[in-house]
Design a protein around this ligand. Structure first.
Ligand code: FES
Ligand code: FE2
Length: 410
């Protein structure tokens, strides 16, 4: 275990340099149990973290049990449509209230002494507890609330009350993606995969298309390197777009019917968003491939993949597109597991980032640095959007510019 103080600004100096001189993260951040623990508390314990899909709480009647940063939370929707999250521990003697997702009919019951709570966490009854006059006020013994929200297909929660509200966290993404009406899309497939790599490697790999031609020769036919641009405004996210998605050599991304009413740019593009810290979202005109990352150990990540379509589809109509994603994802998993092995067993000093292809990684690393070093996220600086006039912003910062031709055989 390392003795590095990961909350010390000095550790992050090479990370915070401009992208032209910045370095990748130290290898220990991917493999060291101490780094993993600090990250769990300072990043996942304070960020807006994705814990599931909005579809899971679309109707009252489900009680979800999710874990963030080692803490268990309950998520419910009440009969008035209100969404609630609470710490999964009884206010009597602290017992875990629910072990796993289940159906719930209006009341959360503690199995120990049967205290009961409403779906919004209010204490309702305390059986046989009336012998002694109580001095607590109404509300004092309600379940401890946690902030929760949905955005498009995402269900998100935040353990730390000091963290800025989700509207601030997401920045301009709500407006940027408004044309897709993402909260109306329907899941058609879900599966979880265990990846033997640190969670950051999975999102970093998604954020750059430098590897596209070599790791994904087939994907590069529908998402050509030369058609990639940055897609980043203010907000806690990194983004890129493929405009247009190609359909001449392969049409795997274009087979399903597209959403109604998309504007000329949305209707031909793929939007690839890494919402900090644990969401990877690919939005095409006709389907979404969403991946949620749950760090299990420094070198182990659970990836939950959900595919959605803009309207319900016929059974199995999504299979070709899903299988294409699964094969691309398998290529990514192979390479990030290999990266993990090199970072763990090789642990050589970190190298530089490609300003053209890897600027989003630098943006992501700075968000990580801020979360790790700040004592309160109330002071969190939200990254600004790309400035097309900044010479250091380089290619892809303007709206769909034409980057120089690339010879990927070099
Ligand atoms: S611990 Fe829950 S009712 Fe006693
Ligand atoms: Fe990839």
């Amino acid at each position: 275990m390392s003795t590095v103080d990961w909350t010390d600004d000095a550790v992050w100096e090479p990370t915070r340099r401009p992208v032209t001189t910045a370095m990748c993260l130290p290898p220990a951040l991917y493999a060291d149990p101490n780094a993993f623990e600090v990250e769990r508390d300072r990043v996942f314990g304070r960020a807006w973290v994705c814990v599931g899909t909005a579809a899971e709480v679309a109707e009252p009647g489900r009680l979800l049990v999710r874990e963030i940063a080692g803490r268990s939370i309950l998520i419910t929707r009440d009969t008035d449509g209100g969404l609630h999250a609470m710490i999964n521990a009884c206010r009597h003697r602290g017992t875990e209230l629910a072990e796993a997702d289940c159906a719930v009919a209006g009341t959360i019951r503690c199995p120990y002494h049967r205290w009961t709570y409403a779906l919004d966490g209010r204490l309702r009854s305390t059986p046989l507890f009336d012998q002694v006059p109580r001095t607590d006020e109404p509300g004092d013994l309600d379940l401890v609330p946690v902030r929760v929200t949905t955005w498009g297909p995402l269900l998100l929660a935040c353990l730390d009350p000091d963290t800025p509200p989700f509207e601030t966290w997401i920045g301009d993404l709500d407006e940027r993606m408004a044309g897709y009406r993402l909260d109306t899309w329907t899941p058609c497939h879900e599966q979880a995969l265990d990846i033997h790599a640190n969670w950051k490697l999975v999102t970093e790999n998604f954020q750059e298309y430098y590897h596209l031609g070599w790791v994904h020769p087939e994907l590069a036919k529908v998402s050509r390197v030369a058609d990639h641009y940055r897609y980043q405004g203010p907000g806690m996210y990194c983004g890129q777009t493929t405009t247009p998605v190609s359909g001449d050599e392969r049409d795997d991304w274009l087979r399903l019917p597209a959403a109604d009413g998309l504007d000329p740019s949305d209707s031909v593009s793929g939007r690839f968003i890494a919402l900090f810290p644990n969401v990877i979202l690919s939005v095409l005109p006709n389907h979404i491939w969403l991946m949620r990352l749950d760090p299990i150990a420094p070198g182990l990540t659970r990836e939950t993949c959900t595919m959605l379509t803009p309207a319900p589809i016929e059974r199995d109509a999504h299979i070709d597109t899903r299988d294409f994603w699964l094969s691309v994802n398998a290529e990514d998993i192979d390479i990030v597991e290999r990266a993990q092995r090199g970072l763990t067993r090789g642990a050589v000093p970190p190298g530089p980032l490609s300003p053209r292809f890897e600027e989003p990684l630098n943006r992501f690393h700075r968000m990580l640095a801020d979360c790790m070093t700040l004592d309160s996220l109330a002071d969190l600086p939200i990254p600004a959007g790309d400035d097309p006039n900044d010479p250091d912003a380089r290619w892809g910062a303007a709206e769909n510019p034409t980057p120089p031709t690339i010879d990927i055989a070099r």
